[in-house]
Design a protein around this ligand. Structure first.
Ligand code: NI
Length: 374
């Protein structure tokens, strides 16, 4: 039966890789996962989700959740894999296909041991991690109300197969995406006196925003403020009326996050006042930091070593991960599994070594079973 699980989940991994779907469009992936689970007698919960699903194994009040994300990225694959993406411009470049296969495998293992389980496992296949924020859909469905802890997996191109990355504390950053529009007054390029130059307003803002990290935040705290999009004007002899700016703030700590956000707002308003312009600021994405629970990470680490994995601390990243939304309401541990050192995540040449999937599935199943026993 275990060889059957191995072959089955690897086959499903190839299928998911060939047929990637973007955030909130994971209709076929969801259908396939549902069929796979039901074919193995696993109950899929009747929730109001358009994509993604939650299955249930075992019974009893002690409830633990395991989570995979299932969406792909708008990337054109350039690998020469036999099972490369058949969808132009869409690719599983972050390994979420392997997460789906891994958690599917864990579900099959847990189903085999269902009679011996000392509680309930909720198996989450989450949509739209890359959106980001698909985790909101799962949380809003109410399915986590009785859950005590959650484990998540993510592939890592920084580790070889057989190595798990597990660490307590900050793993990924809080993510803010902001959009700012300053409105001045358009005029002839030769007559600045009759206008209010939006380019000057925008550049002053860009410069002033750099002082948030360098002058407002303590030097020993991690934070990034990046202005990544600056758009103004269309030609050489017209002073533009508006400037559009976009960017991101990345932080770990709540108080650092709050200070960086309030400073950005103050600076935007201050620049507008200084230059007698109008400003509109919108926070388009807001995601908390991914902070691993100490007890759960220690438990996952000790168990991994017992199962023969090599364990390394996950590298801290100022990237984002919406697993953090679960961790706001539950203790959680986000576990990275080595999939071979190749191209980095989100690269068009990114590859997951399929041999990483089966041992990780088995580990997650045993870890979950052990958690329910303790
Ligand atoms: Ni990812």
């Amino acid at each position: 039966m275990t060889t059957q699980i191995k072959e089955f989940i690897e086959k499903e991994f190839y299928h998911f890789h060939k047929h990637p779907e973007l955030s909130y469009q994971e209709f076929e992936t969801t259908k396939r996962l549902k069929a796979d689970l039901e074919a193995h007698g696993i109950e899929v919960l009747p929730l109001n989700l358009e994509t993604g699903l939650v299955a249930k194994i075992g019974q009893g009040d002690k409830v633990v959740a395991i989570r995979a994300d299932i969406d792909a990225l708008p990337v054109q694959e350039t690998t020469s894999l036999e099972y490369k993406s058949q969808v132009p411009g869409v690719m599983h470049a972050c390994g979420h296909d392997s997460h789906a296969a891994t958690i599917l495998g864990a579900a099959l293992f847990l189903k085999q041991r269902e009679k011996d389980l000392k509680g309930t496992v909720k198996v989450i296949f989450q949509p739209a991690e890359e959106a980001p924020g698909g985790a909101h859909k799962i949380i809003d469905s109410g399915v986590l109300k009785d859950v005590r802890a959650i484990f998540g997996v993510h592939s890592s191109a920084l580790f070889e197969v057989g190595t798990l990355g597990i660490k307590e504390g900050p793993i990924c950053a809080a993510v803010e995406r902001f959009k700012i529009v300053f409105t001045g007054k358009g005029s002839h390029g030769a007559h600045p006196e009759s206008g209010n130059d939006a380019v000057i307003i925008g550049t002053n803002f860009v410069n002033a925003a750099q002082t948030i990290v360098s002058r407002n935040l303590p030097p020993y705290e991690q934070a990034v403020v990046s202005i990544t999009h600056f758009e103004a004007g269309t030609t050489w002899n017209v002073i533009p009326e508006t400037v559009l700016l976009e960017g991101t703030i990345r932080t770990y700590k709540k108080e650092v996050r709050a200070l960086a956000k309030s400073r950005l707002e103050e600076i935007a308003k201050g620049i507008a006042t200084t230059f007698n312009a109008k400003v509109e600021l919108t926070w388009e994405v807001e995601l908390p930091a991914t902070i691993n629970d100490k007890k759960l990470s220690d438990f996952a680490k000790d168990f991994a070593l017992k199962e023969g994995f090599k364990v390394e601390p996950s590298p801290s990243s100022l990237g984002g991960e919406d697993f953090s939304l679960y961790q706001e309401i539950l203790p959680g541990a986000y576990i990275q599994f080595g999939t071979g050192k190749t191209y980095p995540n989100h690269n068009p040449n990114f590859k997951v070594d399929p041999s990483a999937i089966y041992p990780t599935a088995k580990y997650i199943a045993s870890l979950t079973e052990q958690y329910l026993k303790d």
